[in-house]
Design a protein around this ligand. Structure first.
Ligand SMILES: Nc1nc2c(c(=O)[nH]1)N[C@H]1C(S)=C(S)[C@@H](COP(=O)(O)O)O[C@H]1N2
Ligand SMILES: [Mo]
Length: 171
């Protein structure tokens, strides 16, 4: 093929790629139900006043991930279902170094964003087939693949299992 044709083809592809990206960001859904999780900070996609708000249906539309693990605060092994923290961060177009997770009781903790690439950290909404209730760690609980990685069986990770998660701040 002649170089001029190749460069036309290439710029054509770029236009299609940009159009596709615009279509994806425009498709960020409006909140239908109750806001369960709020994501703020250096994110590319928002749906209300610079914030990304998610109801349960929106969270359950993210790729579902299952994880079987014991926890530091319950007996035995449990089946958790939810989505990967890194999938959520990619979904909102998060860019930064630090994620602060805040809970209903204002418990807050900072994470190095790279941790979510290293480990399949889950934001779980179901345990053993039942929804996590706000009376018991729910509706969202950050769950680490504790049984899969011995280095996660450590007090320094136990405090990152934020239960009753309501908010993530990216910076
Ligand atoms: N929402 C919320 N999550 C939290 C905490 C908290 O106070 N609030 N404490 C953390 C700490 S310090 C630990 S060790 C684990 C286990 O806490 P628990 O034994 O009170 O369940 O949860 C973490 N997640
Ligand atoms: Mo703790």
């Amino acid at each position: 093929m002649r170089p001029i044709f190749l460069s036309m083809l290439f710029s054509g592809l770029l236009i299609v790629a940009q159009w596709a990206t615009a279509a994806v960001s425009a498709s960020f859904p409006e909140l239908q139900g109750e806001a369960i999780l709020e994501v703020r900070g250096t994110i590319k996609k928002t749906n209300k006043d610079g914030v990304a708000l998610f109801d349960m249906a929106m969270l359950q539309a993210l790729p579902i991930m299952r994880l079987e693990t014991s926890t530091a605060v319950t007996d035995g092994v449990h089946l958790f279902e939810g989505f990967l923290m890194r999938d959520l961060l990619a979904y909102v177009g998060a860019e930064g170094e630090t994620v602060t997770a805040t809970a209903l009781n204002n418990y807050a903790i900072d994470f190095d964003i790279r941790e979510f690439e290293r480990f399949d950290v889950l934001i779980a909404y179901r345990m053993d087939g039942a929804p996590l209730l706000s009376s018991d760690k729910g509706p969202l609980w950050i769950v680490y693949p504790r049984d899969q990685h011995p280095e996660l069986q450590d007090i320094r990770y136990d405090y990152r299992w934020v239960w009753q998660l309501t908010r993530l701040d990216i910076r």
